[in-house]
Design a protein around this ligand. Structure first.
Ligand code: 3IX
Length: 209
């Protein structure tokens, strides 16, 4: 079991907006760090300033990432999620919508911090995005679960720095198991990655009847 508490503080709108703006600046910092050519002395000077800024943020530290109050969908409350979370500088973030047809859709652009082969997206990053989107499609079917299996097929390289689209849908529910599939497409609409997955609602979360 993880030592991180399950119970989370809920952020108000103003704090969520302020922390999301902070995360956006840190995302810019990450890309600037990967691409900088300022030289060793300037890099060391900036590192010292960032160390001081990190200490300022850590002066008020929570035990776990906070949530935001659930709106219509409980799955949207994890604002620290590494794929969709506005609060998480590691998240692109991918903004997702769930249609009345049960299809989860999103558009996103991945910067050079996600590079795998030169000029293309790292395959593990594509898998992470698809895991999240297929997981949300499973949750949208009414049975949220943990990823039991995830299979990815890399049809073509996924380009960095251009708008990508992702979508997924649950295909069937068998008791606690939900099967889902989805794709990432490039700006030309051609599929770059396909995925299928099976999610299982853990036995311990099934309400006793
Ligand atoms: C309100 C409740 C919420 C609970 C869900 C929790 C989280 C989801 C929350 C929100 C969803 C919203 C959006 C989605 C967001 C993100 C998606 C990413 C999610 C992840 O990033 S998640 C991290 C990676 N994921 C893991 O870290 C899983 C580690 N694992 C386990 O926690 C257990 O392993 C578990 C839970 C999978 C099963 O545990 P269990 O005890 O409930 O299942 P049990 O043993 O009873 O098996 C029952 C039947 O499933 C078969 N079976 C079991 N495991 C299998 C496997 N792996 N492959 C193929 N078949 C499998 C058995 O063979 C049997 O099959 P049969 O019935 O046919 O005999």
């Amino acid at each position: 079991m993880s030592g991180i508490p399950m119970e989370r503080p809920l952020l108000g709108e103003d704090e969520a907006a302020a922390l999301s703006a902070l995360a956006a600046r840190v995302r810019e910092l990450a890309e600037a760090t990967v691409l900088t050519a300022v030289g060793t002395a300037e890099a060391a000077a900036v590192a010292a300033e960032i160390e001081a800024l990190t200490a300022r943020l850590a002066a008020g530290r929570r035990d776990a990432p906070p949530f935001v109050p659930s709106g219509e969908r409980r799955m949207d409350r994890q604002i620290g999620n590494p794929v969709t979370g506005a609060l998480n500088p590691l998240a692109p973030p991918v903004e997702l919508t769930v249609g009345s047809d049960g299809i989860v859709r999103g558009e996103f652009t991945l910067s050079t911090v996600y590079e795998g082969p030169p000029s293309y997206v790292h395959g593990g990053v594509s898998a992470m995005v698809l895991d999240q989107v297929l997981g949300m499609a499973a949750a949208a079917s009414g049975t949220p679960g943990m990823t039991a299996t995830l299979e990815t097929r890399y049809r073509r390289p996924t380009p960095l720095g251009v708008p990508l689209s992702v979508e997924a849908k649950a295909s069937r529910v068998e008791g606690r198991k939900v099967y889902a599939s989805g794709t990432i497409c490039g700006p030309d609409g051609r599929v770059t990655v396909e995925a299928t997955a099976m999610f299982i609602m853990p036995q311990r979360f099934v309400p006793h009847s």
